[in-house]
Write a protein that binds this ligand. Sequence first.
Ligand code: KIV
Length: 267
Amino acid sequence: MAKIARISHLQEFKDQGKKFSCLTSYDQQTASIFDEAGINVLLVGDSAAENFLGHESVLAITIEEIIPLGRAVASAAKSSLVVVDMPFGSYEASTEEAVRNAVKIMKATGAAAIKLEGGRRSASQITAIVEAGIPVMGHIGFTPQSVHALGGFKVQGRGEGAEDVLAEALAVQAAGAFAVVLEMVPADLATEITKQLRIPTIGIGAGAGTDGQILVWTDFAGLTPGKPRRFVRQYANLRNELLEAAKAYAKDVESSNFPNADESFSD
Ligand code: KIV
């Protein structure tokens, strides 16, 4: 079995110029598969709101809802580094509340780190949580919890906005984060940020120049209905596979083809 991942390993990857892989996971089964596959980081993202819990938006997920998902993933992962998202509303109001909720998530899930969104506006929360002994992953660029403030799903940092995204990245690093997610940022800007930062960057819709890449697992596995977003590569078509399997099962049950004698008990 590969040794358990630590945040220091991600820094070693960056220092050695090695890329690393991250996927979201919200349950025990996918966590154990992705862990076995050698995915370096499993993020129990607040995207679970839309992809697992049936909420309309990431804004709706609560600490109480994300904790059992985090526990399931952390208990199944033997080697991957498990990071749990801090839900919207759990860290913005004060550093005290941010620390209290980060501690709650760490205690209840067994994860190795938490992630929260925002650059300069979240810097004091990042520092306070790190000072409490909890590793923090930052998240800047397009931050889904601020979708309304940002005016929708838009690429961040185009043109004159580039300086601002760079400043956000530097703020997250200065606050003490061990890594930062760059979401929906032009590829050239993400490459430049990656060069300027000491800590690893993890891209989603940020081109190939970041230290790591992350995808939402239901997108990468082709489970999310509808047209995938531009930055998603589908590595499987699980939606179709499951659809065909369920249709075949229903047909077999209707025609009494399931179960057969081998699938039944005798006296
Ligand atoms: O919740 C999530 O899935 C995320 C990734 C998009 C980075 O934050």
